[in-house]
Design a protein around this ligand. Structure first.
Ligand code: AMP
Length: 185
């Protein structure tokens, strides 16, 4: 499974609930990169500048990290929820190949849909210093630019399910799990 959603869409929270409820491993490439930066590894050193500038770490690096992680035995046993990967259509192509090599395939891409106006309000309400209206709108525009082709990629393959992300966390989770159950039947 893969999950998509704007910043402020509640994607992180829903990911944790999905992993808990379906017993799969939650793999967040953002978390992996932040851990590498904190640990000062080679990868962390390569990634930190790009991440600070809000850019994307190169596909070769990302595909390598994900291929390695997905080959680990916990995922073989439990399955995986990918969060933050793929980010580009090239990464999606690579993922398909990585999964095929492991004898797996993608089952569903869940798109948590919360309108731009609502996520902007949610992020403003957090009051973080980097959450000025201008910075938020820049990040959201970048997300749109990067993710629109990816939504098409999943959609063309019949994998995309868009879930209304408005409402209480548990309401949204009910919609998400209904979509997954429908697909896994
Ligand atoms: P996230 O927590 O998913 O928002 O990721 C934080 C940052 O890590 C992003 O702004 C990117 O710089 C980098 N990153 C995470 N996942 C990817 C990916 N699949 N491809 C490229 N860069 C990524």
């Amino acid at each position: 499974m893969a999950i998509l959603g704007r910043q402020g869409s509640g994607k992180g929270t829903q990911s944790l609930r999905i992993a808990e409820s379906y017993g799969c491993v939650h793999v967040s490439t953002g978390d992996m990169l932040r851990a590498a930066v904190a640990a000062g590894t080679d990868l962390g050193r390569q990634a930190s500048e790009v991440m600070e500038a809000g850019g994307l770490v190169g596909d070769d690096i990302m595909n390598g990290i994900v291929a390695e992680r997905l080959a680990e035995p916990d995922i073989e046993a439990a399955g995986v929820l990918l969060d933050g990967f793929p980010r580009t259509s090239d990464q999606a192509d690579a993922l398909q190949q990585i999964l095929a090599d492991l004898g797996h395939r993608l089952t569903i891409a869940i798109n948590i849909d919360v309108p731009v106006q609502e996520v902007t309000q949610r992020m403003m309400a957090r009051g973080r210093s980097d959450d000025t209206e201008e910075a938020i709108s820049r990040r959201l525009a970048l997300y749109e630019e990067q993710t629109a082709p990816l939504r098409d990629w999943f959609s063309e393959r019949g994998l995309l399910v868009t879930v209304d992300g408005l409402g209480a966390e548990s309401q949204v989770f009910d919609r998400v799990s209904a979509a997954i159950d429908d697909r896994l039947q």
